[in-house]
Design a protein around this ligand. Structure first.
Ligand code: HEM
Length: 467
């Protein structure tokens, strides 16, 4: 090693000692004239090799890779700016349509954030992305910042290890029998949070609803996972989560002054907080102290008031009540179709494979966005129209493999039933106690990984007993 280092130092020394070409003797300048063409040929060869390898032209027996230009490694941005601008303005559909026109194929490739991304078509692409096993596609296709912040645990598990983890989580947390036990806790949290932040406001008061709902959800999760009910303690976590999530889709520079650095610091504080809470919870458990649009609105009121009427003495919601909220669930599905929480299924090729006559290379990211599936006018009638009735008959208004609010198949969201429960319970209590309207109905919903309300989500609430 020492010899190699010495050789490198020597070569660097020689290189640095090459005299200025404008003041050289003839033998020195001929050396420079020799070096330049060699460098030129070397750089050209590297670029050509990269292009050939990137385009998969080296293997004559294989079909070609999908069409679409790739950027030069390291220095090339490719479609990064174009895609990010379209994504944040909710114009992914226009971006995809333009690319399909440019490439002449619904399956195409490009470079985003320095990675080769292959966009697949729906429904076939969604079917592949959600049903392929880990030897073909792995769940690793997220930006580096997101991966470092969020994917440290669950997403890094593969194959048998992943199955064991998922079974464990289902047995101890996400199973339907366990969720039924959580229902009273979820409902109490919703009612308490509504009482704390929403009740008692004067008629027509304006509320920042997004932030309030986030507090509500944090309260539910911290009580379910940690048995934590102290609202002051929970209040400390909220700003940390805000800072943490702001770093999910940024350039991952871990230096003071950068967002990613701030998010990692917040992550450390959250972990410290959670560790303290887990220690406290374990101690409690050991000591045995722990205890376990107008028509749509009218239809929702109809469904929920019927449930409320069927109960005497203001009894709590039951699992059967949740199961009977069928129209409400269609409204929620349609809401997530129009504004998906997670707007793409993302995987990474774990091996070379073929798709529709194209070779997808190992390491390439493989995506199918909701713009190509659940918002695609070729697959869904009038995709921009909010119409919960499309979910009345499974697979008809919304064909199979075109809609994936919780993902599908092997890596489907394990929190789906919990998410569903919290949303339905919250909706029930909101409908019961409030009427509301948007303060700024023209305000856009934009994206920074997750959707957010441009200018806040102010709503005007009027408290009452609506059923
Ligand atoms: C409305 C609420 C929710 C929505 C819309 C949602 C949506 C999703 C989606 C689209 C995925 C990606 C699936 C894929 O790539 O195929 C996912 C994964 C995941 N979700 Fe959810 N989710 C929700 C609530 C929750 C909750 C409440 C939890 C846990 C408490 C949770 C835990 C997870 C985990 C651990 C994964 C990773 C699964 C894997 O890697 O296999 N989610 N979710």
């Amino acid at each position: 090693m020492a010899k190699v280092a010495a050789d490198i130092r020597l070569s660097l020394h020689h290189l640095l000692e090459v005299p200025n070409i404008f003041t050289t003797s003839s033998s020195e300048s001929s050396l420079v004239y020799f070096i330049f063409p060699v460098l030129l040929v070397a750089v050209t060869t590297i670029i050509l090799t990269w292009r050939i390898v990137a385009n998969g032209m080296t293997d004559a027996k294989r079909p070609p890779p999908p069409p679409g230009k790739l950027a030069l490694p390291i220095i090339g941005f490719g479609d990064t700016m174009k895609f990010m601008a379209a994504f944040s303005r909710r114009e992914t559909r226009e971006y995809v349509a333009q690319k399909i026109k440019e490439c002449g194929s619904p399956v195409f490739k490009t470079t985003i954030l320095g990675r080769t991304i292959v966009f697949l078509d729906a429904p076939d692409g969604v079917k592949l992305l959600t049903s392929a096993t880990d030897d073909i596609l792995i769940k690793n296709s997220v930006p580096a910042s997101f991966q470092r912040l969020v994917s440290k645990g669950w997403m890094n598990y593969r194959g048998q290890e992943f199955k064991a983890l998922k079974n464990h989580a289902t047995d101890h947390f996400f199973g339907l029998d366990i969720l039924q036990r959580y229902l009273p806790i979820v409902e109490r949290n919703v009612v308490e949070q509504i009482g704390r932040s929403w009740m008692g406001q004067e008629y027509g008061a304006v509320i920042e609803s997004h932030s309030n709902i986030k507090t509500l959800l944090l309260g539910v999760i911290t009580e379910l996972c940690l048995g934590l009910t102290d609202s002051t303690e929970i209040g400390k976590l909220k700003p940390l989560f805000e800072i943490f999530s702001e770093g999910m889709f940024v350039v991952p520079v871990n230096l003071p002054g950068f967002q990613f650095y701030r998010s990692l610091q917040a992550d450390k504080q959250i972990i410290r907080f959670l560790k303290q809470q887990i220690t406290r919870r374990r101690k409690e458990l050991k000591e045995g102290r722990a205890s376990p649009n107008q028509k749509v609105y009218e239809q929702l009121i109809q469904e929920h008031s019927a449930i409320a009427r069927s109960k005497q003495d203001n009894k709590c919601l039951t699992w059967e009540d949740l199961r009977s909220m069928k129209y409400s669930w269609r409204v929620i599905l349609e809401t997530m179709r129009v504004t998906p929480v997670i707007a793409s299924i993302m995987r990474e090729a774990n091996n070379d494979f073929e798709y529709k006559g194209f070779t997808i290379k190992k390491g390439w990211k493989v995506w199918c966005t909701s713009a190509q599936s659940s918002q695609n006018p070729d697959l869904i009638d009038n995709p921009d129209v909010f119409d919960p009735s499309r979910f009345e008959q499974p697979g008809v208004g919304v064909p199979r493999y075109t809609y994936f609010p919780f993902g599908m198949g092997y890596r489907q969201c394990p929190g789906m039933e919990l998410g569903k429960m919290v949303i339905l319970v919250t909706l029930h209590h909101f409908l019961k106690n409030f009427k509301w309207s948007l303060v700024n109905p023209e305000a856009k919903i934009l994206y920074a990984v997750l959707p957010y309300f441009d200018g806040g989500s102010l709503i005007r609430i009027s408290q009452g007993e609506y059923f």
